[in-house]
Design a protein around this ligand. Structure first.
Ligand code: ADP
Length: 432
């Protein structure tokens, strides 16, 4: 019996132990499971945070790109536009993404620039960062100039999968460059016009020779005829000479006519203050060389004037140069050139160039506009004469005044254009 009781007790202890260990095991497992779940949850949370951050970053990046005032775009190697920001849409003249995304960029590249564009794309996909300019015809048909800064975009393995380009409109800069180039050409044209004075002296000289020869041969022939003993054959040679010399004179005149015919006027609605400023800039060097200073007194809000701006600029340059030369020649202690614009009445704009030089002698003041009148050893005496004819061809007048205390003043007028006509300057430009 005692043995039976002991066995029962042992069995109960073993069972208890087994149950306890099982319970403990189960508890431990449950705990581990909870921990694992917690870890999983923590990991998920961490992931979510990372994902959220990434999304935030992408949103931020997108927001930056979307609000970027310059065009930002992604392109594939064949030129297909993959993505473009709103500034880019506006730049290419697209209303919606679909107008350009998925299409080839070449649709907005001017045909003559497509090869150039293709070559630059090739360089980017070969790994280079490239800056290139091209002419664009936007989807709305406007011609613009663009500059693109392009870099290759690489995936995790380093393979280039797209071109990232930032493009800006440089039409205004190009227009400015074009204007500067034209300005140079125009200046060359006017320089040719100014050399007309020098040419006139040359022409006089050229014509003098044949005319003198004609007079000589004609006088000799007359003498022989009056002498009575002349055979007609003896007159052939001098008469032939007369013809040849007359033809030579005709040739000189033809040259002059060709030269003058090339001179054409380009009238536009001109802001006179800008022309005066430009003339002041152009003569800056001479002023500095002769220690003279230019003072500007330009009334703002001037109406525009109909003028060939380059010619008027040339007139003002001429007057400034004359003042500077007169003051340097007279060794004037104060050397100022005062340039001013004003509006004496509704239809007129007046430009005045005054100086602190020696002035002009009262007896000579009416002669300074005469052709070839000069008091300078190297002078040609055509500057004021040409200036006056330029101003008169614009319907204005050029006058000289000389103050008692010294100093000369030249003033000229140009016709003002009514404000209403000025909504679009270029529309009213014309050439003739
Ligand atoms: P050039 O400069 O070749 O002499 P212009 O026709 O320009 O020819 O000038 C004619 C003359 O008018 C000058 O030689 C000079 O005697 C006089 N003149 C022009 N401008 C001035 C001035 N600002 N002050 C004094 N004299 C002047």
């Amino acid at each position: 019996m005692a043995v039976g009781n002991e066995s029962l007790l042992l069995a109960a202890v073993v069972l208890g132990w087994v149950l306890t260990s099982t319970l403990i095991g189960a508890l431990v497992m449950a705990l581990r499971l909870r921990e694992a779940r917690q870890r999983e949850r923590d990991k998920d949370e961490a992931h979510a945070v990372v994902l959220e951050r990434l999304r935030d970053n992408e949103c931020r990046l997108r927001a930056i790109i979307e609000s970027e005032p310059e065009c930002v775009k992604l392109q594939a190697a064949d030129g297909t536009v993959l993505e473009i920001n709103p500034a880019g849409l506006a730049l290419v003249g697209a209303e919606r993404d679909e107008d350009i995304v998925g299409k080839k960029i070449y649709t907005v590249v001017a045909p003559e620039y497509r090869d150039h564009y293709r070559e630059n794309m090739r360089r980017v996909f070969a790994g280079e960062a490239v800056v290139y300019e091209f002419k664009s015809i936007t989807l709305k048909g406007h011609t613009t100039w663009m500059e693109t800064h392009a870099v290759p975009l690489r995936d995790a393995r380093g393979a280039i999968y797209a071109l990232l380009g930032i493009t800006r409109d440089i039409t205004e800069r190009k227009w400015g460059e074009e204007q500067a180039r034209r300005h140079q050409t125009e200046l060359a044209r006017v320089a040719r016009l100014s050399t007309m004075g020098e040419m006139a002296t040359g022409i006089a000289h050229e014509l003098n020779q044949p005319l003198a020869a004609i007079a000589n041969f004609a006088r000799g022939s007359l003498r022989r005829l009056r002498g009575g003993n002349v055979a007609p054959a003896d007159l052939l040679q001098p008469l032939e000479e007369i013809c040849a010399q007359a033809e030579r004179a005709g040739e000189v005149m033809r040259h002059v006519r060709d030269f003058v015919r090339k001179r054409d006027t380009r009238m536009t609605a001109v802001d006179i203050n800008r022309v005066v400023q430009s003339a002041a800039r152009l003569t800056e060097l001479e002023c500095r060389q002769h220690h003279a200073k230019i003072m500007l007194d330009l009334v703002s809000g001037q109406p525009r004037v109909w003028a060939d701006s380059i010619m008027i600029e040339q007139v003002i340059c001429n007057l400034i140069r004359n003042s500077v030369e007169a003051m340097a020649e007279a060794r004037s202690p104060v050397r100022l050139v005062a340039l001013s614009t004003s509006r004496p009445d509704d239809d007129t704009v007046e430009i005045v160039v005054g100086d602190t030089g020696p002035g002009i002698d009262g007896a000579l003041i009416d002669r300074v506009f005469d052709q070839f009148f000069t008091t300078k050893p190297e002078g040609v005496g055509m500057g004021l004469s040409i200036s006056r004819s330029i101003v008169e061809s614009h319907g204005g007048g050029l006058r000289a005044e000389s103050a008692a205390g010294g100093g000369a003043t030249f003033r000229f007028t140009l016709r003002a254009i009514g404000r209403t006509l000025l909504t679009n300057e270029r529309r009213y430009s014309f050439h003739h």
